[in-house]
Design a binder for this molecule. Sequence first.
Ligand code: C2E
Ligand code: MG
Ligand code: MG
Ligand code: MG
Length: 285
Amino acid sequence: YSAKNSPNHIRFYNATIRQAAEQKLHTLNDLRHAQSLGQFSLVYQSVVDLESDEIMAVEALLRWTQSNGNVIEAKDFIPLLEEAGLMVNVGQWALKQACLQMKQWHTQFDKNLKISVNISSSQLEHPDFIKLISNILLSTQLPAEALVIEITEGALIRRPIHISNVLTQLKAMKVNIAIDDFGAGLSSLSRLNSLPIDALKIDAGFAQRLDTPQGKKLCKAVVQLAQTLDIKFIVEGIENQSQRDCLQAMGKGMGQGFYFGKPVKSQQFAMDVLSHIDKPALEAC
Ligand code: C2E
Ligand code: MG
Ligand code: MG
Ligand code: MG
């Protein structure tokens, strides 16, 4: 007879499950009103050249500010948005917002950076996705070359012919395509080579394991894969100088992570990052 199977334990367990389920329903309900309450926002994180530390692009990341003021990170509510069937609408808002913001930064600052936007498979598979992209580019006046669409390996697996079609159309429009979290999922390498991909965003797990010889070899192999396929690479999740230095030695590429800068609100991003662009002389003083 173990305490685990005691009636009290079961009662407690059931109560815990019920609480978790109620909590989730509550959160889903809050999410349904979040958009009309203006609770979604974007934060921006730099993508930098590993060699020069120069900023090359900016990734837009979704945040949800709940009524109590708590700010929830994308990883903690994107799955719920999907489950509630809200991802397509919220994602559309995020895409437009990000393009508007970058267009504004293009006019405000001297450098024309790229804006990288995450697209989930439900968005990518939506029949109007191409129309949506062209409408947004038209209405925001952002050049297609300045937009990067980030999709995960998983989004390539379902409906491969349709997805291949969509990516080919995006490419024809001059939109850039990046594979996000690369190496964390199950990509077919031959498939990868047959799609019009501009960049591989190497999953943060690789940077995190650079302190072991095995991890270093693995990361090097993924970097070489990108180089072999003639695709740019961006290593995600760089948190310290030793990771940066190690990656820099692997070849010409880009990096992203807390070491270079955390994701911040647009105003702060403009002040901290963009206002320093083209002023290297000041920085040297
Ligand atoms: P992702 O596109 O791979 O974004 C990188 C995630 O890692 C972000 O989490 C970012 O805050 C975090 N991160 C960046 N640098 C570091 C670092 O150095 N260390 C660590 N530990 N983490 C770092 P976040 O914002 O929670 O986003 C999670 C995922 O949610 C994203 O992964 C992306 O797949 C998805 N997502 C975010 N925004 C959107 C959006 O607007 N639309 C869609 N469809 N998906 C989004
Ligand atoms: Mg991403
Ligand atoms: Mg990623
Ligand atoms: Mg991720």
